[in-house]
Ligand binder design. Sequence first.
Ligand SMILES: Cc1cc2nc3c(=O)[nH]c(=O)nc-3n(C[C@H](O)[C@H](O)[C@H](O)COP(=O)(O)O)c2cc1C
Length: 175
Amino acid sequence: MSDQSLSSVLEIVWQHLSRGTADRHHPARHPTLATISPDGPDLRTLVLRCVDRETSTLEFHTDSASPKTAHIAENPAIAIHVWIPKARLQIRARGTARLVAGDAKLFDRLPEQAQANYTGPIPGTPLPTDTPNTPPRFARLLCVLSEIDALILSDPHQRGLFTSAKDWQGAWIAP
Ligand SMILES: Cc1cc2nc3c(=O)[nH]c(=O)nc-3n(C[C@H](O)[C@H](O)[C@H](O)COP(=O)(O)O)c2cc1C
């Protein structure tokens, strides 16, 4: 397997992630994000909003009072998983996340129903609740990747591991 095809695997991964931000039907639209909670690993689906290959960053929107943000404040380590059936490609990535305030212009452009997610009851709290509406808790979650593991179910299976520590050069590993 040539270095050319190894670098093309990384290229394909970023192309799929990028498509996820633009095409609501693409599987990369809905990655699974893993955090480390005090009770162990925790997983949930999020909408992928932006990707920036230059900085290896994936951006999500979330509620700044949601449990995942507390996990990240305690331990910023995250992992991300996407399975793209048509490409027979599994993307696994690791990195660190940080929360930044969502800007007001972005919030104003959200549909009313989406805005309500950031002012109503805090995710994971019991219902019904008497909690009055709080100021918008809209936040951006920036995940900076340090490792990408791409498994392609071709014949034979191929798996490339890419790390920022090695300048994303990558290596073939056993599938
Ligand atoms: C298809 C789908 C898309 C979702 N998109 C988001 C999202 O973009 N941001 C978000 O915070 N939660 C999103 N959720 C809800 C999360 O999966 C999760 O239930 C919620 O954020 C609370 O997670 P936590 O308790 O781990 O903080 C989505 C759920 C589904 C099923």
